[in-house]
Ligand binder design. Structure first.
Ligand SMILES: [Zn+2]
Length: 174
């Protein structure tokens, strides 16, 4: 199988010392290529900036854009805007490539850093466990109204049944 994995290469070792900024446009493929099914569509702009001045650098990630996810309440897709900033410590000239929390060590053989896995990870971690349509400017839920109405009536029926069972188990009805 020939899978295409999105790449955002930063040729760290060939860059001159000083400030650097890299821009990447990422689409859905960063998630779909990795079989991350929670995000159906993505339009992301990522900026990675850092100062190459020593063997230990701080990379600043700024990720903006939107992802399309399924609403947990009504089942329709909707766009979630996102704006994420994160920092990653990058150490060069290490004896072994290594990854820890918020830190990566590169050897001289790792002539570039691929920012894509970090962007992927930052967005995946940012995504809330529960995703529900936001409310509009009048405070009204933007969920699919027809689906909600159906769910509401099903819920009412269910709670009526439950009430009946509870009452029966006590041996009398109110
Ligand atoms: Zn919804």
């Amino acid at each position: 199988m020939n899978r295409k994995i999105a790449q955002c290469p930063i040729p760290l070792y060939s860059l001159k010392n000083g400030e650097h900024e890299f821009h990447f446009n990422l689409s859905s493929s960063i998630f779909t290529d990795n079989h991350y099914d929670d995000i159906h569509k993505a339009e992301l702009d990522a900026t990675v900036s850092f100062n190459k001045n020593s063997a230990i650098m701080v990379f600043h990630f700024a990720i903006e854009g939107k992802v399309t996810v399924t609403c947990d309440r009504c089942g329709d897709d909707f766009d979630m805007p996102l704006n994420i900033t994160r920092q990653l410590i990058v150490k060069t000239g290490s004896s072994a490539s290594q990854e820890e929390d918020d830190m990566v060590s590169l050897t001289a053989a790792d002539y570039e850093l691929d920012a894509a896995p970090y962007i992927y990870q930052y967005v995946a971690l940012w995504l809330p466990m529960q995703r529900i349509h936001p409310v509009d400017d009048k405070g009204k839920s933007m969920c699919n109204a027809a689906v909600l109405e159906k769910l509401n009536s099903m819920h009412k029926e269910k709670s009526h049944d439950e009430q009946y069972i509870m009452d029966s188990s006590r041996g009398y009805r109110i």
